[in-house]
Ligand binder design. Structure first.
Ligand code: AMP
Length: 282
């Protein structure tokens, strides 16, 4: 696997691959890789001639009080995992390469970014949309892979691609969990053993909601209330949001009729964790 540090080199590699008639699969990440990331890489490998992954902890998507300075990193292990998986190129730029002095342009996806994580992390999706558009311009992928773990992010990127007529196919992959049910996340490394126990309540809350809906509860507020109480039983948990919403436009639903997304964001200790599932009310 070749490690590429500069925009110029990555662009010329992408040009060469394309002029060879080969297609490019791209998996953007912030590193500290786990099986969730690797499932995207595996999909790219199986569907594309050449696979590129990126590791870039994007300062533009962190708020001033968030965990940019301590975001976990494991670059040596990441390089080993990606090369074992058969990735052809790792794009691993530093911040000044992506945001040189004088950087002035940002991308704002309106509407769906006002809900869920967009409401509690102002500027987050502006940072995400901006860096993803830049990465697409640099890597020139035919297909790009994103996880359903970050459901809203996936919808934001799909909107960006549609609205700006980008020539890239967005491919979604299912949320991957640890054996104990916790959604895999780089931020799980922040958790102590006790906090991890608390964090397990997040996925259990989703199962509880699913059971209640299947047994006939259709009112979102009563499900939300149940989940609030259920999660609050665990120490060191602080609920950011519990959303029961339309899976496409993310607007809140008062009544669960047909399909809905249940999305949670919960702080456990210092780690802000998210999880989600689709529920269907027959
Ligand atoms: P991140 O490194 O957190 O920015 O994530 C990079 C990509 O990996 C995003 O498309 C995420 O949605 C995806 N991802 C992260 N965790 C998981 C997971 N547990 N299951 C599936 N995809 C994931």
């Amino acid at each position: 696997m070749q490690i590429v540090k500069t925009v110029g080199e990555m662009k010329s590699i992408a040009r060469a691959i394309r002029s060879n008639g080969e297609n490019i699969g791209f998996t953007p990440t912030m590193g500290c890789l786990h099986a969730g990331h690797m499932s995207l890489v595996a999909k790219s490998k199986s569907e594309c001639d050449r696979s590129v992954a990126s590791i870039f902890i994007n300062p533009a998507q962190f708020g001033p009080t968030e965990d940019l300075a301590v975001y976990p990193q494991s670059i040596d292990q990441d390089i080993a995992l990606l090369s074992e998986a058969g990735v052809d190129y790792l794009f691993y730029p530093d911040a000044a390469e992506i945001y040189p002095d004088g950087f002035k342009t940002h991308v704002e996806v309106e509407g769906i970014t006002q809900f869920l994580c967009g409401a509690s992390r102002p500027g987050f999706f502006r940072g995400v949309a901006t860096v993803v558009l830049k990465l697409f311009n640099i890597v020139a992928p035919h297909k790009a892979y994103f996880g359903e773990k970050d459901w809203q992010q996936l919808r934001v990127i799909e909107t960006l691609v549609r609205d700006l007529n980008l020539d890239v196919e967005i491919c979604a992959a299912p949320l991957i969990r640890d054996e104990d049910g916790l959604a895999m996340s780089s931020r799980n490394r922040y958790l102590t053993t006790r906090q991890r126990q608390s964090a397990l309540k997040i996925n259990r809350a989703l199962s509880l909601a699913r059971d209640k809906i299947q047994s006939g509860e259709h009112r979102s507020e009563s499900i939300r209330q149940l989940l609030r109480e259920f999660i609050a039983e665990e120490p060191e948990t602080e609920i950011d949001y519990i959303s029961i919403c339309d899976a496409n436009n993310l607007s809140e639903k008062e009544i669960i009729d047909g399909k809905a997304l249940i999305a949670l964001a919960v702080k456990v200790g210092s780690a802000r964790l998210i999880d989600n599932c689709i529920v269907e009310n027959a």
